[in-house]
Write a protein that binds this ligand. Structure first.
Ligand SMILES: [Zn+2]
Length: 233
């Protein structure tokens, strides 16, 4: 909780300490301020937590909020609330994840390793080594599954573009990375929303995202003010 609040502000500028004293705010003061401000800005508190690595219960509450907010547009796309949250957190959408994994250097390496096994499997089958072929096939599948999981986890937890490893530059050729347009980050693809749920849904999603962002900003401003008030007492 403390780490999250410190992450929301520049901790040093807020002078938050674990013990208080010498102009530092104590943990109790921070928790007290948080209790008061979050009660007045529940949505902003949820959104701010989500931005700073919120727990799954926080994300579930936000998804529920978005489900209510986007009911009118969810008829053809049941996962619209989840997709909207992914965009808010600057995470790739599930459809995008598959194509991003394919651009990850690790995936490329492991795919080559698996392809070599595939050659061996064919040879084994040709000479009637069914058992050995089956063993190799299992290894082959394991390699690809493990690589997919690792790549997906990395992309989802870092939000970094896998192609340029977050640098935004093409490693050898130079120039901007074409996958992330030089941002180094995963850029959520709104085209997916449009294809799944239509143009009106895209507008509604943008509105819902703006609301979350402004709620988070209002919450953080109120918390900062409250904490500054605490410090001056
Ligand atoms: Zn990139």
């Amino acid at each position: 909780m403390m780490a999250m609040v410190m992450g929301m502000f520049e901790a040093r500028s807020m002078r938050i300490g674990q013990t208080g004293g010498s102009g530092l705010m104590s943990r109790e003061q921070v928790v007290g301020a948080l209790g008061a401000v979050s009660g007045r800005h529940p949505l902003g508190w949820l959104a701010a937590q989500a931005e700073h690595g919120g727990e799954s219960s926080t994300l579930a509450q936000l998804t529920a909020h978005l489900r209510t907010r986007l009911t009118a547009h969810s008829a053809h796309c049941a996962t619209l609330p989840e997709l909207t949250l992914a965009i808010y957190l600057r995470r790739p959408l599930p459809e995008q994840l598959r194509s991003l994994v394919a651009k990850h250097p690790r995936w490329d390496r492991e795919r080559r390793r698996a392809a070599k096994l595939k050659v061996l499997i064919t040879k084994e089958k040709e000479k009637g080594g069914e058992a050995e072929a089956a063993r190799l096939q299992a290894t082959h599948d394991e390699i690809l599954t493990a690589a997919r999981v690792r790549c997906e986890q990395e992309i989802m937890t870092t939000g970094r573009c896998p192609k340029c490893a977050g640098t935004g530059k093409m490693l050898r050729k130079g120039g901007d990375c074409a996958v992330c347009n030089g941002t180094g980050k995963v850029v959520p693809d709104m085209g997916i929303i449009e294809r799944m749920a239509g143009v009106a849904a895209v507008r509604a999603v943008h509105q819902a995202l703006d609301e979350l962002e402004s709620a988070a900003t209002t919450f953080k401003r109120a918390l900062r003010k409250r904490l500054e008030g605490e410090r001056e007492q």
